[in-house]
Design a protein around this ligand. Structure first.
Ligand SMILES: [Fe+2]
Length: 210
């Protein structure tokens, strides 16, 4: 039977995380400087995740991949944080566009209006989640089984993720996402700009229609 470390080693030999080029620039209210810094940070998660996988694989080949080896266990525990850091940033960048109309639309708009009474109610709740203190993500997600959609908050990258829910709209509310452009007291303005640049076509494509 293959051990976890051996399986990870096989993954490392077959696959590495690679950077996606999003071609994102000239957004309204979110500067190119912020985007450049943010892409660099995203690249850091990719590098760290690949390094971690390589190091775990190395420990495995050296016979040091043991549950009582603190070096091994700390790397294993960190892996989800780094990989989620990649995936959440990819979902975030992909649901922004310099060609946004600012107007919500599609079937998702109907689902939000139906679930929250009207679109503004949903947007207000999503915004309020974003205004909570602490680093994290605000996510609108849909249960793969029931089609139920809900807003939720992920602390850092890994606390509060919903299992078997598909992210539909992902908003980064770590300070690095807005601090070059807005002070912390103006976080609401960043969130307003997030909606201004939101790609509703992408959001609609992520939502399930059954
Ligand atoms: Fe970020």
């Amino acid at each position: 039977m293959l051990s976890t470390a051996t399986i990870l080693g096989k993954i490392v030999s077959m696959y590495k995380f690679t950077e996606i080029e999003f071609g994102l620039q000239n957004l309204i209210g979110i500067s190119n400087k912020t985007l450049e810094e943010h892409f660099a940070l995203y690249k850091g998660y990719i590098d760290n995740a690949n390094t971690l996988l390589e190091q775990i694989d190395l420990l495995s080949t050296e016979g040091l991949a043991k549950p009582k080896n603190p070096q091994y266990t700390s790397m294993v525990r960190r892996l989800g944080w780094e990989i989620n850091g990649i995936k959440l940033h990819e979902l975030y960048f992909a649901n922004l566009t310099q060609h946004a109309t600012g107007e919500p639309g599609g079937n998702l708009l109907k689902q939000l209006a139906s679930g929250w009474g009207n679109f503004n109610n949903w947007q207000k709740e999503f915004t309020n989640f974003g205004l909570m203190r602490g680093p994290g993500w605000v996510i609108l997600a849909q249960d793969n089984r029931s089609n139920f959609i809900t807003n939720f908050f992920v602390q850092e990258h890994d606390v509060g993720l919903l299992i078997e829910f598909t992210p539909v709209i992902v908003m980064d509310v770590w300070e690095h996402a807005y601090l070059i452009d807005y002070s912390t007291s103006l976080k609401a303005e960043y969130i307003r700009m997030f909606f201004t640049n939101l790609n509703w076509q992408v959001a609609n494509s992520r939502a399930l229609v059954r």
